[in-house]
Design a protein around this ligand. Structure first.
Ligand SMILES: [Zn+2]
Length: 147
């Protein structure tokens, strides 16, 4: 039975993972962990946890650089996707509206022409907005990848 030694080992584990134990204490932990699967698992979990924290620290140090390299294009891409989805939705809604409108037989030709003009103008407006976005992207000095 390892129960007594497990009790002693518990408080030593975090010290072991942090490298704060004496040589004797380290040896005690290592010898016991070799024989006791429960404590070996706990020790593994602690070590994994500590490694993850170390990674987090590293990320924090590199946050500024990381943000410049990763976040900027991500934000840009998300915004572009948002635009595409928005414009696509508007065009789709307009198309459905136009089709059902022009399909209706009780609407006069004049009314159809007026609506056609309104929608035509709207589409031209959207195209010019999209073109403006493309031009802005190309002149963006932080941007070296074009979609
Ligand atoms: Zn144990």
């Amino acid at each position: 039975m390892n129960d007594d030694r497990c009790d002693v080992l518990g408080p030593l584990m975090s010290g072991y993972v942090d490298g704060e134990l004496t040589q004797q204490q380290r040896q005690f932990v290592e010898v016991h962990a070799r024989d006791c699967e429960t404590c070996r698992r706990k020790l593994d979990e602690l070590e994994e946890l500590r490694a993850r924290f170390a990674e987090l620290d590293l990320e924090e140090v590199n946050t500024t650089e990381w943000r410049e390299r990763m976040n900027e294009p991500t934000v840009e891409t998300t915004r572009n996707v948002g635009w595409v989805v928005f414009i696509g939705g508007v065009v789709l809604a307009a198309t459905v509206g136009v089709v059902s409108f022009f399909g209706a037989s009780d609407v006069s030709t004049l009314a159809k022409l007026i609506v056609a003009g309104v929608y035509g103008g709207l589409v031209l407006l959207l195209i010019s907005v999209a073109r403006q976005r493309l031009i802005e992207q190309k002149t963006d000095k932080y941007r070296d990848v074009e979609i």
